[in-house]
Design a protein. Structure first.
Length: 85
């Protein structure tokens, strides 16, 4: 699965791309009726389903990084690469 592979790679992010302290995400997974949430603090992470998307609710994928000296372009490109085009 692309998401899992990308998240694992973030755990071993080379220093030139910055230091990530925390990640929070909500994801709309194709064909899945629930909001998928991801949370990581340093090297500990968890993901699970939250409530269902409401009828008519816009399905979105959002991710927030907290860290220092992060390469925004690198992280954005990686995040966008996990989605079907």
């Amino acid at each position: 699965r692309k998401l899992g592979m990308w998240m694992q790679a973030l755990g071993q992010l080379p220093p030139k791309y910055g230091t990530i302290f925390r990640i929070k995400a909500i994801l709309a997974v194709k064909g899945h009726p629930f909001k998928h949430v991801f949370h990581a603090v340093m090297d500990v992470s968890d993901e699970d389903d939250a409530g269902p998307w409401a009828e008519g609710e816009k399905r979105v994928c959002k991710i927030v990084f907290i860290g220092k000296a992060m390469d925004q372009a690198f992280l954005r490109k990686g995040f966008e690469s996990i989605f079907d085009q």
